[in-house]
Design a protein around this ligand. Structure first.
Ligand SMILES: [Zn+2]
Length: 374
């Protein structure tokens, strides 16, 4: 997801705020401070509505972070790395780079989020009871947060993939049928169905209850998002299934262009990038592989320095390059690329580069196979 700010790392997980998050944060804060609190507690001073509205809104998003963190920590316990957690308009997304390989692990990972929301909801209910006669604003805030966390859990438990409930549903199907592909297909179809129901429900609300048009629009919008997410997850799952079982040597391109390490950036661009159309080159001298250089590295050098900068100054040196082994599973290579945010990997056998795997190659490899129906 682009256009997100980095907030920093907690437990080694990068936290990010997508720009759409500010929209939902404003909406929640304004509706709490302007509508929800004033209509329930008309005697509060004006400023208190906004103070409590802002604090409540911040705590809501802290609850969303806790939900995503629960998924992430359980994923990590199961040996699955988590790259980042992003907050956006519909809540939070934990970017988990791999799918679980066993239904039990998937079940725990998926259930952890809603379970965490239920616990947080319970804690806020307790806070409400404790503060009931003592502080009305805090009790009011705790009550609202308790309900919204339970609603969050309930919403996420809807059994449509890729919602948490859909993942729980898939893990159960997977456990009982032993068939990952079939389970994914059924769970995503349910997910798409749920998306359509939301859209239908949202449109009905807009027509039948015109004063609730915004809620209707919102519901339809979520439905549209869910339907799309279900289709995208299904495509991704199909791809992964298709890649699984192929080795690096089967999906790599054997030719990998090399440039000497004393090539200038200008020579690289004029003599290699433009003529070959490639974005990735091995840097090698007589003594063997020195590193790799990509268009990304080239962009880090300002144009007037192209003639005086050599490739060896901007390359990723060989000890930092992630490499694949010829027998490595193609799916695990794709996952490694996702984890490290890279688009290419050289395939190395006995210290020698024998080929190259680029993300685009994997895609065209799969596309060709599906066109030929093999
Ligand atoms: Zn979740």
């Amino acid at each position: 997801m682009g256009n997100a700010f980095n907030l920093g790392k907690v437990f080694g997980i990068q936290f990010r705020l997508h720009y759409t998050w500010f929209i939902i944060f404003m909406l929640v804060t304004v509706s709490l401070s302007w509508q929800i609190f004033p209509s329930a507690y008309p005697h509060w001073p004006q400023l208190l509505y906004w103070v409590m509205g802002t604090i409540t809104s911040l705590l809501l998003f802290a609850s969303v972070v806790a939900h995503e963190l629960a998924h992430s920590l359980v994923a990590r316990i199961n040996g699955i790395p988590v790259k980042s957690i992003t907050l956006f308009i519909f809540g939070g997304i934990a970017q988990i780079t791999r799918e679980a390989t066993r239904p039990g692990a998937e079940f725990k990972m998926a259930a952890a989020g809603p379970a965490c929301s239920i616990v947080i909801g319970g804690l806020f209910f307790s806070l409400q009871i404790l503060t009931l006669g003592i502080s009305e604003p805090i009790a009011a805030m705790a009550f609202w947060l308790a309900r919204i966390n339970l609603m969050l859990a309930a919403f996420n438990l809807i059994p449509g993939f890729p919602l948490d409930g859909g993942r729980v549903f898939r893990s159960l199907l997977w456990h009982f049928t032993g068939n990952y592909k079939l389970s994914t297909r059924i769970a995503t179809q349910v997910g798409r169905g749920v998306g359509y129901l939301f859209i239908l429900g949202g449109i009905s609300i807009m027509f039948l209850l015109p004063h609730q048009w915004f809620s209707g629009l919102w519901l339809a919008f979520i439905g549209w998002f869910l339907g799309n997410a279900a289709s995208a997850s299904y495509r991704q799952a199909q791809w992964r299934a298709a890649l699984h079982g192929f080795s690096a040597s089967q999906v790599m391109t054997p030719d990998c262009p090399e440039v000497p390490s004393n090539t200038t950036v200008n020579q690289l661009v004029q003599g290699y990038v433009f003529t070959s159309g490639r974005r990735f080159f091995l840097v090698a001298d007589e003594g063997g592989l020195k590193g790799i250089v990509t268009l990304h590295n080239v962009k880090s050098v300002s144009r007037q320095n192209w003639d005086v900068t050599q490739v060896k100054e901007i390359m990723t040196s060989v000890d930092k390059v992630k490499v694949a082994h010829p027998n490595q599973d193609a799916l695990s290579i794709l996952e490694q690329m996702d984890e490290c945010d890279i688009n290419q990997m050289p395939v190395v056998s006995e210290g020698r580069v024998i080929g190259l795997i680029a993300r685009d190659n994997l895609i065209s490899f799969l596309r060709t196979r599906s066109e030929l129906r093999i």
